[in-house]
Design a binder for this molecule. Structure first.
Ligand SMILES: O=C(O)C(=O)C[C@H](O)C(=O)O
Length: 332
């Protein structure tokens, strides 16, 4: 049965009066179980934010990275994901960076902008601004400062309110390593029924949870993205449609190759490539974090540079560790 849901929220227009993409694009989910209004399938780098030595956003360097990413077959870009250092940017900077990316990004590439804030009210407001700045979709992280109170009820209300008013489709973002909480499975399933919530980026890496979410939401217009490269192949095997992976800032082509191997069912080749990506991925994410991602970007010809304080550059020992995690899998 072809299911086409049309959201009756704030109206069909976005990005300078064009039809919003969730009404324009119709395609099948990876699991083949139904149609989707916004096709999220593919690989996205959550782009890093380059800074000048004075810690201002370096738009020239950002532009340089975008020119290089344009040559890689990404589905789109995530702007203001965890690796964009969004908690350290002002609201004005967050919107300006999205505008800058939109100016360079071809319209067939999806711009997913992080609009999550701590309060529902601020998230609703920033979501509107992100849509006006050219975001096709917003990525909304779980609020976490009062994490003891962020149960399924609070989070379901938060995301519902944001999705009710958002002019563009919403993707849920669960990243327990950074927030200290996971969006509960029951809440994800309930939220998947909202007509303006089109997917989840799950960075937790629990494959049985990802598989269960795909299974329990398959009747909905809802897609799951792996939130890190270390479990990309496993996530594809249980029905995820793509990945938002920090490592794509460095090894973007290779991650797109892994995507293509998984989608075409070449699992043996996929396994070999996936295995070589696990160690460098761990190094630029949970082991050494954003400073390591930015250092690795420099080695691979992109602009990484320093993080905004209080994030510190890697120590010498950490830099050696990072290098070894790339060389041992043959990437350097
Ligand atoms: O920066 C983000 O946003 C990510 O999703 C990165 C993710 O946490 C990863 O581990 O790749």
């Amino acid at each position: 049965m072809l299911r086409v849901r049309v959201w009756r929220g704030l109206g069909p227009l976005c990005r300078g009066g064009q039809l919003s993409p969730w009404r324009r694009t119709q395609s099948r989910t990876a699991a083949g179980s139904g149609s989707v209004s916004t096709d999220l399938s593919g690989i996205y780098p959550p782009i890093a934010t380059p800074f000048t030595p004075e810690e201002d956003v370096d738009y020239g360097k950002l532009e340089g990275n975008l020119r290089k990413y344009a040559k890689i077959p990404f589905r789109g870009l995530v702007v203001q994901g965890s690796n964009g250092e969004y908690p350290y940017l002002t609201e004005e900077e967050r919107v300006e960076v999205v505008k800058a990316v939109r100016r360079s990004l071809p319209t067939d590439k999806l711009l997913m902008a992080g609009s999550g804030c701590e309060s529902t009210r601020a998230t609703v407001q920033l979501t509107d601004k992100m849509a006006a700045a050219g975001a096709d979709v917003v990525l909304v992280v779980t609020p976490c400062f009062y994490k003891g109170k962020m149960d399924g009820r609070a989070l379901t209300r938060h995301f519902t309110k944001v999705a009710d008013s958002s002019p563009v489709p919403v993707v849920l973002y669960s990243v327990p390593a950074n927030t200290g909480l996971e969006l509960p499975l029951d809440a994800v399933v309930q939220l998947s029924r909202h007509p303006n919530i089109v997917g989840l980026k799950d960075s937790g890496g629990d494959i049985s949870r990802i598989g269960l979410i795909v299974h329990k939401t398959k009747a909905q217009d809802f897609q799951v993205l792996a939130g890190s490269a270390g479990f990309l192949m496993a996530a594809y095997s249980v029905g995820a449609v793509g990945g938002v992976c920090a490592l794509a800032n460095v090894l973007g082509r290779e991650l797109c190759e892994l995507e293509s191997l998984c989608v075409s069912g070449r699992w043996e080749e996929a396994r070999g490539l996936q295995q070589r990506l696990i160690e460098p991925n761990a190094a630029v994410t949970r082991k050494l974090g954003v400073p390591a991602l930015k250092q690795a970007m420099e080695w691979f010809g992109f602009h990484g540079g320093a993080c905004r304080s209080p994030l510190q550059p890697l120590t010498e020992a950490e830099t050696l560790q990072l290098r070894s995690d790339f060389t041992s899998s043959g990437w350097l």
